[in-house]
Write a new protein. Sequence first.
Length: 369
Amino acid sequence: MSRKRLAGIVMACLLALAAIWYWSASKGATAVKPKSSDGVPVRVVRAEARDVPRYLTGIGTVQAFNTVLVRPRVDGEISRVAFREGQTVHRGDVLVELDRRPFEAQMRSAMAQRDKDQSLLDNAKVDLGRYEVLLETDSAPRQVLDTTRALVHQLEAAVAIDVAQIDAARLQVDYATIRAPIDARTGARLVDVGNMVHASDANGLVTLTQIQPVSVSFSLPQEILPALRARQSQAGMAVKALAQDGAQSLGDGELTLIDNQIDATTGTIHCKATFPNPTQALWPGQFVTVQLLLETLRNVVALPTAAIQTGPDGAYVYVVENGVAKMKRVVTGPIADGAVAVAKGVAPGDSVVIEGQFQLEPDARVSVK
């Protein structure tokens, strides 16, 4: 076989192999290429008409409803501490007892003085009766009668003073037992048994904080004040407290204060809400997210927030009509519970794309999952 013929055979084989490879590649590409009738896979939800609340949101601080620094009202030595730190106490519960003996001794002394003056008064009244009888027969001078009558009045006043001193001494005895003035939770103990305390002490004995109910203080932009006052004049306004991440509800309360002036530095209005706080989820000093229910929009179209897209011309959604995605401009309203109110652009019953819209373009064919 000549060399020229051998080269021709090799060249023919190479061409055949190249043709086979090209045919296989073309077939594979054709197999993975989707049919034009399949469309872009998407998920949709039907728009529905429902009530959507409109909330005002801000950052709030939890405050104790009442805070009391318990101080002694008399001087004395602490004989007993009757509370535990962090304990819940009720109005009238004993917190601290002072040594009562000095005050009881003062009360006994005042009672003895009263008995003494009462005896003198009784004797003076008897003398006054005698002199009144003698004066009728001119057997005693009128001056003696007048002097005796004045003595009776003097002793009556002395007895009244003694009674007042007994009441004051009894009050001192009562003050030796220090009681809780409100229902509250105790803080750290500031004194121990055996210490002398004085009514003039600035530190006090213990701090009580009332957290059932509890207050939440927050601020809102001044622009919302007219609507806020108008809404409050009609009915009570519901307030919800959430954890800072907004994921957990901590309690429901009611707006109780719109401050009487706007903060000129920040341009905000200070507000306060009261919460029953039955589970004590709200704690003084805690930062929370506050949602104030301003109004409820009735029977409006609501969509999941995932359906709303934002472009250069504003918000829009994709609506599936006969297997084709139609882009529609929308006017959105308040957002609540993962849903956004749509004032214009979508009608109830429309199939709105909520997943896969990033692969869409206007009038693209879609395949609904």
